[in-house]
Write a protein that binds this ligand. Structure first.
Ligand code: ATP
Ligand code: MG
Ligand code: FE
Length: 338
């Protein structure tokens, strides 16, 4: 089965051709970061307009690069949500047009299911497994009992991890998106500024990062008033250590409680070196394999949407042509029919 997948939920315009949910024949990604950087974040109106300008070129390139013809495609997959409504709609309109013209099924796909199933592009998932989703808009622990069965056991009550990284980076003076800069700076630090860890209730799998973010801003301000200028690296290190402690602590407790066979790390923050290292050490001690997608499948891309859509293809669950964007799409609700 050859799926043509489209992803336009935020600021990447991406089209991929994926065979049987695993083999990536092409994965074209056009990032708009350069356009949004000067505003310090993604501007929704600009994002939609850029998707409109780029989608046709991405479609042509993905088909060319895969060495197939449009008539070889068996189904069209597209991110239905969550995401920016105007951005999602551009991909959805293109997907509907293609599905109608080619008279093939359409599969509205969940963006976070995509981030999770990005792992399936390079590894075989074994169930039950646990996914730690860390991205620009999400921080969640998802229990996957069997293929396509999602249950969110914990999520952030305020900021997402990536969002916290970007806000801290901005306060330190780095351009958007600042996550990778903080990651690098933390690795170079000689000192550590101790910062709080938000564990919430002892049995909770929820997260909170807004208090930590405020603590970072306070530490920076106080240092500035004292005239200490070389504090940035120590604060970056303290911030990163707090984030990693809480993420690994909760993820490992979930791994034990749910007796899962694998831990899956996914989303843009999965690129974080400190987080990867800490999780891989804990997983080794626990004897549970840690799966992390290759970097190109961590940030937004359409190949992961093709991987997730394949679950619905296998169970014959297609989306009718009159569906629309779901900015607050439910992951649990997207689980495949048993
Ligand atoms: P969502 O998937 O929740 O809709 P998104 O798709 O915008 O959000 P991603 O593209 O998955 O988010 O991830 C982008 C985020 O990852 C940004 O906040 C960025 O700063 C962060 N990020 C990327 N690399 C690193 C890193 N090495 N360390 C920390 N954060 C990072
Ligand atoms: Mg992005
Ligand atoms: Fe994403």
């Amino acid at each position: 089965c050859i799926i043509l997948a489209i992803e336009t939920s935020c600021d990447e315009t991406s089209v991929a051709i994926v065979r049987d949910g695993r083999e990536v024949l092409s994965n074209m990604v056009s990032s708009q970061i350069d356009v949004h950087r000067r505003f310090g974040g993604v501007v929704p109106e600009i994002a939609s307009r850029k998707h409109v300008e780029t989608i046709t070129v991405m479609l042509e390139q993905a088909v060319d690069e895969a060495g197939i013809r449009m008539s070889d495609v068996d189904a069209i997959a597209v991110t239905q949500g969550p995401g920016l409504v105007g951005s999602l709609l551009v991909g959805i309109v293109a997907a509907k047009a293609l599905a109608m013209a080619l008279d093939i099924p359409l599969i509205g796909t969940h963006h976070i299911a995509g981030h999770i199933y990005a792992n399936q592009l390079t590894e075989q998932l074994v169930y039950p497994c646990m996914a730690l989703v860390v991205s620009g808009g999400h921080t969640e622990l998802v229990h996957i009992e069997s293929e396509g069965q999602f249950r969110v056991i914990g999520k952030t009550r305020d900021d997402a991890v990536g969002e916290a990284y970007d806000k801290v980076a901005r306060a330190v003076g780095f351009p958007y998106p600042g996550g990778p800069h903080i990651d690098r700076l933390a690795g170079e630090a000689d000192d550590v500024t101790e910062l709080p860890r938000a564990w919430l209730d002892s049995d909770s799998y929820d997260f909170s990062f807004s208090g930590l973010k405020s603590a970072v801003l306070n530490a920076l301000n106080q240092a500035k008033m004292r005239g200490e200028l070389s504090i940035h690296a120590a604060v970056a290190r303290g911030f990163q250590e707090s984030v990693i402690d809480v993420l690994t602590g909760k993820a490992m407790r979930a791994v034990q409680e749910y007796k899962v066979k694998q831990l899956l790390l996914c989303g843009g923050v999965a690129a974080n070196r400190g987080l990867r290292a800490a999780l891989s050490e804990c997983c080794k001690a626990e004897g549970v394999p840690l799966l992390v997608p290759p970097f190109e499948y961590c940030s937004d891309n359409a190949a992961m949407i093709g991987a997730a859509a394949y679950l619905k293809w296998k169970s014959g669950q297609f989306t009718s042509l009159d569906f629309t964007a779901e900015p607050q799409f439910s992951l649990e609700g997207w689980s495949t029919d048993k």
